[in-house]
Design a protein around this ligand. Sequence first.
Ligand SMILES: *[C@@H]1O[C@H](CO)[C@@H](O)[C@H](O)[C@H]1NC(C)=O
Ligand SMILES: *[C@@H]1O[C@H](CO)[C@@H](O)[C@H](O)[C@H]1NC(C)=O
Ligand SMILES: *[C@@H]1O[C@H](CO)[C@@H](O)[C@H](O)[C@H]1NC(C)=O
Ligand SMILES: [Zn+2]
Length: 443
Amino acid sequence: MPKHNRCLPLAAVILLLILQPSAIGHPPTNTPITRFQNYLRIYTAHPNPDYNTAVNYLTSFARTIPTLQIQTLHFTTPDKPLLLLTWPGSNPSLPSVLLNSHLDSVPAESSKWLHEPFEAHISPDGEIYARGAQDDKCIGMQYLEAIKELEINFHYSPTRTVHICYVPEEEVGGFDGMARLVKSEEFKKLKVGFVLDEGQASTTDQFRIFYADRSPWHVVIKATGEPGHGSRMYDNSAMENMMKSIEVITKFRENQFDLVKAGLAAPSEVISVNPVFLKAGIPSPTGFVMNMQPSEAEAGFDIRQPPTADPDLIRNRIAEEWAPEWRNMTYEITEKGTLKDFMGRPLMTATNDSNPWWPIFKQAVEAAGGKLAKPEILTSTTDARFMRQMGIPTFGFSPMKNTPILLHDHNEHLKDSVYLEGIQVYESIIRSLSSFDNASFRY
Ligand SMILES: *[C@@H]1O[C@H](CO)[C@@H](O)[C@H](O)[C@H]1NC(C)=O
Ligand SMILES: *[C@@H]1O[C@H](CO)[C@@H](O)[C@H](O)[C@H]1NC(C)=O
Ligand SMILES: *[C@@H]1O[C@H](CO)[C@@H](O)[C@H](O)[C@H]1NC(C)=O
Ligand SMILES: [Zn+2]
């Protein structure tokens, strides 16, 4: 028996060797798709993203583009590098263009995936499965592929300098990444006039473009009141005061959501308010004491405001209606982002001719055969807010059309043909932005 068993697999191995196509002709191993797959295979998920391997990989690819200058910066610890590549323009006095992407990814639960999230498996119909395929390793590699194509195949050289930046920590708020870069001396020297950062996939045949992010606030409200027996009806208990607030907040939330449901506003154009925790009650060994009204209650809310919102209105609403002092309530607002830039202007980038970069960008997308959908506010937050805070026009754009929106989802994937088309779109955009030499335009 054992002898017999050992013979069969050997025969199978020989048969496999004969039948395997790779034994005859190796599939190409250095194409835009395999280079993308190799980037996707680097483990960049939180909580332990391997930034150095990612930076080394990008650096070795950048070295194949002769004129690219390479710098690795550290603003915090050696395990959080930031890669900055520079494609020097012939007229360095012009404001430069910055193409940004982040190195890190959110975690992936591999048991919920069809394919391992860091294997970059490609299906027979060309779908590349990987964490980061859409968010946002695609754009990071597409920038470089496009520049390589422009320099080596088209012998094109830019007038304006183009910087390509790979930052750590975006998925955890950007505080040790882009937030540090924009405050640095190095950043000043870049003289950035315009930024492209990540966007999102589009399920239609138009590309999406984002001119603002919503700004997140975390709000915790607290109520206090006389404790009492569970049998007694009296006014102004902590729970009663809290429930009154929740009613008022729920009404506000409904009004905002109704605008969306009626088609009068996009979800990202309203102020969203969502309860995220409720904390009250007197714990007992089996749960909560049921015959006591507690003297404290607490609730937490995630609030997102578009840049068109007036932050003072919400501040006043919280103080006067959601957690009024006269109802014995207190509150704490943690503003995780601002709504205004350093000049006090709303944190958004104009999508009309008042922004000279807009027509150039739009025409470049169209020249590549693409169409832009109506510009949108992103429902969430990206590193783009740090550049907008500096007053620099910034668009969120990831050229993925006819593609399901899978960022942060199980089975994140991107089709090879969509990825390759994105390279063409960036070739057109980078060429247009970097050859735009308008003597009357300075930022
Ligand atoms: C607030 O607390 C004070 C002092 O305990 C109490 O007299 C008053 O009735 C409370 N008011 C409300 C609205 O809870
Ligand atoms: C362009 O857009 C900005 C921001 O949305 C707006 O304030 C401005 O009035 C617009 N200008 C023109 C000429 O339409
Ligand atoms: C340069 O930019 C300004 C401001 O956007 C615009 O008014 C002007 O027409 C542009 N000039 C050229 C030559 O493109
Ligand atoms: Zn992202």
